[in-house]
Design a protein around this ligand. Structure first.
Ligand code: NAD
Length: 266
C-alpha cells in the first residue's frame, strides 16, 4: 500500500514517514509540504532521518492524491480542508490528525467522506481512545448533581490551538455520556469575576510550556471524593503508529467518516 504524507517536513510528518517506512506492507509513496517551504525538492525519507529513497518533497497535493492509496494529514485546518476535497475527487483514503478544526470545517469533512473513506481523530493513540471510552462511561454514571467535570491539558510551547483537540474530544465523550451537547455546556476559559460554577458545565484549563508531548486529565469532582482519569503521552510515536494503523485499516472500506474508536474496535 502506497502512503502519501502531506506536511511531511513537520514534527508529525517526519514521524509518519518513519513509521510508514518501517511498517510491513507499506511504502512511502510521496510527500508534500507548504508551497515555498525550504524542504520542497528534498528527499522525503532523508529529512525524516532515514536513508535516501529518491522520493522528493513536492508542493502539489493533487498529484500526490492521484498516485497513492492513502494520504495521512497532520498539517493545519485550512490545508486539511483542501486535502479533504482532493480525497473526495479521487476517492483516496484520508487519515486526518490535524486539530483545531471549526464546526463548519468538521461538516465539510463529513461531506467529503461521502466520496472517500476518511478517518478523523483528534488523538490517534490507543491509550487516549481508551480514555475516551472510560470518560463516556463514568460521565454516564455520575450525573451533573453528583460530579463536576473539569478537563486539564498541557502541551509543548509550540502548540497553536487551545484547548487541544484531545481535550475537546474528552469533553465530547463526557457530554455524550451525559446525553448533552458539548457546545451547550463547555466553559473553555475563565478569567476575572466569573460567578459560581454552573451545574452541568464542563470546564477546560490549558497549560503550555517546554516539550510536553501531551498530558490530559479529566476530573470528576464530587462531594468528599474525586475521580481522575489521566493520560500522558511521552512520545509522538504513539500518534504516528495509530495513524498508520488507521490507513491500513481503511483499505477496502466504503466511503464514510470513521473514528479511531472504530479502527481500534473499542
Ligand atoms: P508542524 O507545524 O511541525 O507541522 C505541520 C506541517 O504541515 C509543516 O511542515 C507545514 O509546513 C505543513 N503544512 C502546512 N500547510 C500545508 C499545506 N497546505 N500543504 C502541505 N503541508 C502543509 O506541526 P505538528 O506538531 O506536526 O502538528 C501538526 C498537526 O497535527 C497539528 O494540528 C497538531 O495539533 C496535530 N496533532 C495531532 C495528533 C493526533 O494524534 N491527532 C498528534 C500530534 C499532533
Amino acid at each position: 500500500m502506497k502512503i502519501g504524507i502531506v506536511g511531511c517536513a513537520g514534527r508529525m510528518g517526519r514521524m509518519l514517514v518513519n513509521e510508514t517506512a518501517k511498517t510491513k506492507g507499506l511504502e512511502v509513496g510521496g510527500g508534500t509540504d507548504l508551497p515555498g517551504s525550504p524542504f520542497i525538492g528534498k528527499d522525503v525519507t532523508l529529512i525524516a532521518g532515514l536513508e535516501e529513497s529518491g522520493v522528493l518533497v513536492g508542493d502539489d497535493a493533487k498529484v500526490l492524491f492521484e498516485t497513492v492509496d492513502a494520504v495521512i494529514d497532520f498539517t493545519a485546518p485550512a490545508a486539511t480542508m483542501k486535502h479533504a476535497q482532493l480525497a473526495a475527487e479521487t476517492g483516496t483514503i484520508l487519515v486526518v490528525g490535524t486539530t483545531g478544526l471549526s464546526n463548519d470545517q468538521k461538516d465539510e469533512l463529513k461531506v467529503a467522506a461521502q466520496k472517500a473513506p476518511i478517518i478523523f481523530a483528534p488523538n490517534m493513540s490507543v491509550g487516549v481512545n481508551l480514555a475516551f471510552a472510560l470518560v463516556e462511561k463514568v460521565a454516564s454514571i455520575l450525573d451533573k448533581d453528583v460530579a463536576d467535570i473539569e478537563i486539564v491539558e498541557m502541551h509543548h510551547k509550540h502548540k497553536v490551538d487551545a484547548p487541544s483537540g484531545t481535550a475537546l474530544g474528552l469533553g465530547e465523550a463526557a457530554a455524550k455520556g451525559r446525553g448533552v451537547n458539548l457546545d451547550d455546556v463547555a466553559v473553555r476559559t475563565r478569567d476575572g469575576f466569573t460567578g459560581a460554577r454552573e451545574d452541568g458545565s464542563i470546564g477546560f484549563a490549558t497549560l503550555r510550556g517546554g516539550d510536553v508531548v501531551g498530558d490530559h486529565t479529566v476530573v470528576f469532582a464530587c462531594e468528599g471524593e474525586r475521580i481522575e482519569i489521566t493520560h500522558k503521552a511521552s512520545s509522538r510515536e504513539v500518534f504516528a503508529k495509530g495513524a498508520v494503523r488507521a490507513a491500513k485499516w481503511a483499505e477496502g472500506k466504503a466511503p464514510g467518516l470513521y473514528s479511531m474508536r472504530e479502527v481500534l474496535g473499542l
